[in-house]
Structure formats: C-alpha cells, structure tokens
Design a binder for this molecule. Structure first.
Ligand SMILES: C[C@H](O)[C@H](O)[C@H]1CNC2=NC(N)=NC(=O)C2=N1
Length: 112
C-alpha cells in the first residue's frame, strides 16, 4: 500500500475494544508517510508544519480540524506564529490504528 492508497481510504468509526496496532505494523505504515514522526511510546504520530506568519498556521489548523471532523477521527492540534503541529492517535484504542495513518495521508494529500 502506498501513501496515495492510504489517502483514498475512509476511517472506520472507532468501536470500543479495538486493539492498538503492534510495532511491526506501525513500522510498515510509517513507511507510507513522509514527514510524520512517532511519539516515544508509539501511541501517536505527529507532524509539525512551519509557515511564515500566523494566518497560514490558523489555516492549517482549520484544515486538520475539518478533515478530522469529516472522517470522524479527530486530531490534537497546536498552533502559533509560524507553526501548526498535528497529532493523531486513536483514543478508544489507547494507541495507533489505521485511522490515524489514513488521516495523516489525507492531510498530506490536501496540502501537497
Ligand atoms: C463515536 C466516535 O466515532 C468516537 O467517539 C470517535 C470520535 N473521534 C475520535 N478521534 C480520535 N482521534 N480517536 C478516537 O478514538 C475517536 N473516537
């Protein structure tokens, strides 16, 4: 599967009791993304987008929020002058699921 395959997938509604991905699968999925980093405990992935000024950062935050709401899979977003940091994790699983990678790939496709 490539990034564009991931970006063409839709998130599945998060059902309770879903297990987080195992490290081997996380490694495989990370290979399909560019620019995203794993948290130390491998429970989330994040990317820092940098811009000149504030309004571009606000735009990025809004784009990530819109995408997450459309997919029913919501990011954590931090932004300020010159940057927007987007983090995906699956709260119901207490770790990463395919939804996180789909949203990351979809966000990259929107800003490509
Ligand atoms: C019922 C609904 O699908 C769930 O509450 C969704 C909402 N958005 C979500 N977003 C994220 N990032 N993780 C979740 O577990 C999650 N659960």
């Amino acid at each position: 599967m490539t990034t564009c395959d991931l970006a063409s997938k839709e998130c599945e509604p998060c059902k309770g009791g879903v297990a987080p991905m195992i490290p081997a699968d996380i490694k495989t999925m990370m290979g399909q993304l560019d620019g995203w980093a794993l948290s130390g405990d491998k429970t989330s992935l994040h990317r820092r987008f940098e811009f000149k000024g504030f309004l571009k950062a606000v735009e990025m935050a809004n784009l990530a929020a819109w995408l997450g709401n459309k997919q029913g899979h919501h990011p954590d977003i931090a932004f300020g002058w010159g940057y927007c940091e987007v983090t995906f994790t699956t709260h119901e699983a207490g770790g990463l699921t395919e939804n996180d990678f789909i949203c990351a790939a979809r966000l990259d496709a929107l800003v490509a």
